[in-house]
Design a protein around this ligand. Structure first.
Ligand code: ADP
Ligand code: DP6
Ligand code: CO
Length: 355
């Protein structure tokens, strides 16, 4: 009997950013956050977990084919321990349940997009881990319950337990029991909102989100000002989503992304996640919005950047073609413009060429 389960989880990109922990062990945030879960057919993590009594003692995990250590007391270890504990409780209630909670685990995960490049791989990755173990252990817990576990793997991962529009409520309890993800609206509520991922660089970032936000909490005075404005933004953007009010959604999304990067710059030593191309994308979308606002009274698109240089652009479906055309015009992609100096076979030589 093989006990194995595979699960996939999507990426989510925050429009109100989580950046700062009040408790680094339990991963409790300094502010609530809100995100849009992207479609799984593009960016996703796929995780397979297997439990087998015949495995050598100790759990092991591979990420993109490379083994990662599961350190005692670390995040992966905590998630596994909690879920295994829930399984053990089910086994204790029902003698017919095989005691697979006692078996060592082997876990393999793959991301089909750049890892640790500011495209939220920790969100989909830890959500997929929790989802695959929950399936393996046949756990009865709800997505919100599971989001509390995923949160302890990577804060942003708690939001990937839901599709659509998702809030992570910071909570007030010291044990983290009320710091969890809730659905603001399902995907079907506002299917007209589309997203465009512009990969500026797929390189691993220099400062991990975990290290960067801790540095910010310790050194940035601007973070305190940010924490005062986030609650109103949470209320306003939730309403904008419920009202399908793109202009308000876009205004708040861009303001929050810019404020998050300002806080990074205010950190000591400063953290630079954006690069010149990222700033070029900001300038382009701002200019497109200015022109569109003048012509139609509405905004065209909204940009947001996580802890990396890659842009995520949200726009109503009807505007996506305009955004793609402008991005391709000002940021031509390597594939569209092949290397001009390739050595190859000669073109047909003109008559008389060799004479
Ligand atoms: P990102 O911007 O991609 O979320 P982070 O710095 O937040 O970058 O986190 C990257 C880390 O998340 C990786 O180094 C790895 O430890 C973890 N991670 C990413 N994907 C997975 C996965 N599929 N399974 C387990 N852990 C993962
Ligand atoms: C900028 O969830 O990756 O993407 O909790 O330390 O794993 P840890 O950090 P992580 O931070 C995400 C930061 C962000 C904003 C967001 O997703 O809300
Ligand atoms: Co992350």
């Amino acid at each position: 009997m093989v006990y194995e389960a595979t699960a996939t989880a999507p990426v989510n990109i925050a429009v109100i950013k989580y950046w700062g922990k009040r408790d680094t062990k339990l991963i409790l945030p300094t502010n609530s956050s809100l995100s849009v879960t992207l479609d799984q057919d593009h960016l996703r993590s796929t995780t397979t977990s297997r439990a087998d009594a015949a495995f050598e003692a100790g759990d092991r995990l591979w990420l993109n084919g490379k083994e990662e250590s599961i350190k005692e007391g670390g995040r992966l270890w905590t998630c596994i321990k909690e879920l295994r504990g829930w399984r053990a409780a089910e086994e204790a209630k029902d003698a017919a349940k095989p005691k697979i909670s006692t078996f060592p685990l082997r876990i393999a995960s793959y991301n089909n997009f750049p890892t640790a490049a500011g495209l939220a791989s920790s969100a989909s990755g830890l959500a997929a881990l929790v989802a695959s173990l929950a399936a393996l252990y046949e756990l009865p817990q709800s997505p919100s319950d599971l989001s509390r576990i995923a949160r302890q793997g990577s804060g942003s991962a708690c939001r990937s337990l839901f599709g659509g529009y998702v809030a992570w409520q910071e909570g007030v309890e010291a044990d983290g029991s009320d710091s969890l993800a809730v659905e603001v609206a399902p995907r079907e509520h506002w299917p007209d909102l589309h997203s465009l991922i512009c990969v500026v660089s797929d390189a691993k970032k220099g400062t991990s989100s975990t290290a960067g936000m801790q540095q910010t909490v310790q050194t940035s005075p601007l973070l305190q000002a940010r924490l005062k404005v986030v609650p109103q933004r949470m209320t306003d953007i939730s309403k904008a989503i419920l009202d399908k009010d793109f202009d308000t959604f876009a205004k708040i999304t861009m303001a929050d992304s810019n404020q998050f990067h300002a806080v990074c710059l205010d950190t000591q030593p400063p953290i630079f996640y954006l690069n010149d191309v990222s700033r070029g994308v900001i300038a382009l979308v701002e200019e497109l919005n200015r022109a569109h606002l003048e012509a139609t009274g509405h905004l065209l698109a909204a940009y947001t950047f996580d802890a990396g240089p890659n842009a995520v652009i949200y726009a109503p479906e009807a505007n996506i073609a305009t955004v793609v055309a402008a991005v391709n015009k000002y940021f031509p992609q390597a594939e569209a413009f092949p290397d001009p100096f390739k050595v190859g076979t000669a073109a047909a030589l003109p008559a008389g060429f060799n004479e």
